[in-house]
Design a protein around this ligand. Structure first.
Ligand SMILES: [Zn+2]
Length: 322
């Protein structure tokens, strides 16, 4: 190699390195699959909400109408929200008219920020409506400090109160709100306390797709943050509905309705029966968490993260029942 060639080569390497250093990181869009016509779903990983997975753990979805798009949940960080919005834009140029939050848990709502296109008050028309259960704003407010701290401490993301997007449209408990995406009507139902005290389900009439949020867990152990008895009752009502495709908050979507509910029903049955038995025989809560429904956890993921907490919640709920 001549000296000239060598310096040319060095120059090429230097240029490539310099370019790489200054290049904007390419933001990969979240992966989506069209599970039914106009129904797109992103699968989160079956893990807890944590920096290792960038908070991308909840299933996210959107429905495309003739006029506009409804997005269902937004991901566990503003960054996931940006990647989610890019995925929506890559599928359709239509505007997003609704951003629906199934409930206030961080993996479902912290991407909201990426969907707020105009500053609040500046041009409200340019923003989608943010829709949730009527009790969701209070739940988000109660958790807000914890979310902002966890984002800063664990995810190294600085957000303030103003960056958290609260609903602009809410659905009262027991009510169903119909929204029209253009030749496509979607029903939003606000449930009594179950997974949380503010669960909202979404039903696309055209394809009979039911988006259950965290009223349904598949593979990922269900997490009770509301009421075990309320959740069992909600599942009994849900099972009556004619559903062609069920999209859970975590785990694979399924056309096996209502049998896709069964593993969760079995786990809850064991929790109810064995917690009641423990209370009746004066086992302490500390004792109960070590023994109750252990067998029923077989086949589920994240048992170590959530099972003892579920028993604690069930115990507190059932201790004072008639
Ligand atoms: Zn949840």
């Amino acid at each position: 190699m001549t000296l000239a060639m060598r310096s040319l080569r060095m120059l090429a390497i230097w240029a490539a390195t310099a370019l790489a250093a200054h290049a904007q990181p390419i933001e990969p869009r979240l992966q989506v699959a069209e599970l039914s016509p106009g129904v797109f779903v992103h699968r989160g990983v079956i893990e807890d909400w944590e920096p290792a997975n960038e908070g991308d753990v909840a299933n996210l979805a959107f429905i495309v109408g003739a006029r506009c798009i409804a997005v269902i949940d937004t991901g566990g960080t503003p960054e996931v929200g940006r990647r989610w919005r890019a995925a929506v834009a890559a599928v359709s140029p239509l505007p997003i008219c609704y951003v629906i939050n199934t409930h206030a848990h961080p993996d479902h709502v912290l991407g909201n920020h990426a969907f707020q296109t105009a500053a609040p008050g500046a041009d409200a028309e340019a923003n989608p409506q943010f829709v949730a259960h009527a009790r969701m704003p209070a739940a988000l407010a109660a958790r807000e400090r914890y979310y902002l701290n966890a984002l800063q401490r664990d995810f190294r993301v600085d957000l303030t109160h103003g960056d958290l997007v609260y609903p602009t449209l809410t659905v009262e408990v027991g009510q169903t709100l119909e929204i029209d995406l253009g030749q496509r009507v979607v029903e939003l139902t606000a449930w009594p306390t179950a997974h949380t005290d503010h669960d909202l389900t979404v039903f696309d009439r055209q394809t009979r797709t039911l988006f259950l949020g965290d009223l349904l867990f598949v593979t990922h152990l269900p997490v009770i943050d509301g009421s075990l008895r309320g959740w069992v009752a909600a599942m009994d009502r849900l099972a009556q509905r004619p559903v062609a495709l069920a999209v859970p908050g975590h785990g694979a979507a399924s056309r096996d309705w209502p049998s896709v509910l069964r593993p969760q029903q079995r786990y809850f049955d064991a929790l109810l029966t064995e917690t009641r038995a423990a209370i009746k025989s004066h086992v302490t809560m500390q004792g109960a968490v070590k023994t109750v429904a252990r067998e029923a956890t077989q086949g589920w993921s994240l048992v170590d993260h959530f099972h003892e907490r579920n028993v604690t919640t069930a115990f507190a709920e059932l201790e004072w029942e008639d």
